[in-house]
Design a protein around this ligand. Sequence first.
Ligand SMILES: Cc1ncc(C[n+]2csc(CCOP(=O)(O)OP(=O)(O)O)c2C)c(N)n1
Length: 207
Amino acid sequence: MAMTALTKKDLEGFENEVAGIFAQGLIKAPVHLRSGREEELIRIFQEYNIGADDYLFGFWDSHELCLLKGVAREEVLAAIMDGRSIALCFPEHKIFCSGIVGSLMGVATGVAWALKHEGKKGRVFLFCGDMSSETGIFHEAVKYAVNFDLPAKFIVSDNGLSVMTQTRETWGSEEPWFKGTRFEKKIVYFQYKNGWPHSGLGKLIKF
Ligand SMILES: Cc1ncc(C[n+]2csc(CCOP(=O)(O)OP(=O)(O)O)c2C)c(N)n1
């Protein structure tokens, strides 16, 4: 089972529904909504035919990823209502997400190593933001995956920001560090503009 049939409208509709529920104060935990990257994500899921055998690692902004990987809409919504938006995990779907920047990258690489050396089906797809792709552990994970040719892809969704900090200003470079390097072969990169604030609906604190 692969090849998502979900459309941009489905993903947008889901985030809008979560926003409406969050606005009523019915979710007692942070949520991170995203828009503007629906088509890129759908394209990536289709191009790589991401399916049941594959492992997906993500972070605080993974609603769309869970839907695209095949978790039922109601199940994702129930987990969000239960306060788990920031770290959605559905082990039966091989989905593991965390709210901690830089976490899971070593785990994802280890899973890819195990899949390769145990001769198992499936690949690893780790989705993170542009600032996350500047962390030391991202460098190490990608370097290892490239050097040992592990079945892993690191997908970087670049919205130019880390919460409210400009990633390009912080690193003094217009391009991501991996542009034009041999590490690009394990990285899928695209830019987008997030139509939502970093977290929540832009009121109170941002985390
Ligand atoms: C260890 C750690 N430090 C700080 C934070 C707070 N934090 C949450 S998301 C985020 C920004 C990450 O930026 P980026 O990777 O570009 O993600 P995106 O903008 O796509 O959400 C930060 C600093 C955190 N979650 N974990």
